[in-house]
Design a protein around this ligand. Structure first.
Ligand SMILES: [Zn+2]
Length: 148
């Protein structure tokens, strides 16, 4: 994919810290942001943490409960930003997505509350004290493609 993702260091730290708190279970949330006018750069501006979720060492499932209100609040602060995708951690594991992750993204594109056709998936490989690595994928036509 010919798209660059930019995430401010402070926001990345916020996401990593939220993930480490849940170690050794997976954890995740919603990604908020916007694309540049030429669609070449995706700017991640904020994360929303889910109000309800289920997680284990190898799974994370969030509910979209309350997300509409949160999105409205962020939109009122900056009308450019909207829901662009999801993030979750892989504790002591790689940034490679699983079949479950792919299926979850397929469901998201079919889900009306926060559905978009090309959501981004950010996977963070973490350990108990920090970040190992992170990777961005974009969903298109039942596939997850790695951002360059
Ligand atoms: Zn995963």
């Amino acid at each position: 994919m010919d798209v660059e993702v930019q995430i401010p260091e402070g926001l990345l730290n916020k996401i990593v810290n939220a993930g480490i708190k849940m170690y050794p279970k997976e954890y995740g949330g919603f990604l908020i942001g916007f694309y540049s006018e030429d669609f070449k750069i995706l700017h991640i501006t904020e994360t929303i943490l889910p109000s309800e979720y289920r997680n284990s060492k190898y799974s994370f499932e969030r509910s979209a409960k309350g997300i509409k209100g949160e999105l409205k609040r962020l939109y009122s602060l900056n009308p450019k930003q909207y829901y662009v995708g999801e993030w979750h951690t892989h504790p002591d594991n790689s940034t490679q997505f699983s079949m479950t992750d792919l299926n979850a993204m397929i469901e998201i594109t079919e889900y009306k509350t926060v559905g978009i056709s090309n959501p981004t998936l950010m996977i963070l490989s973490i350990n108990k004290s920090g970040l190992n690595d992170f990777e961005f994928y974009v969903y298109n036509d039942k596939k997850l493609l790695r951002y360059e």
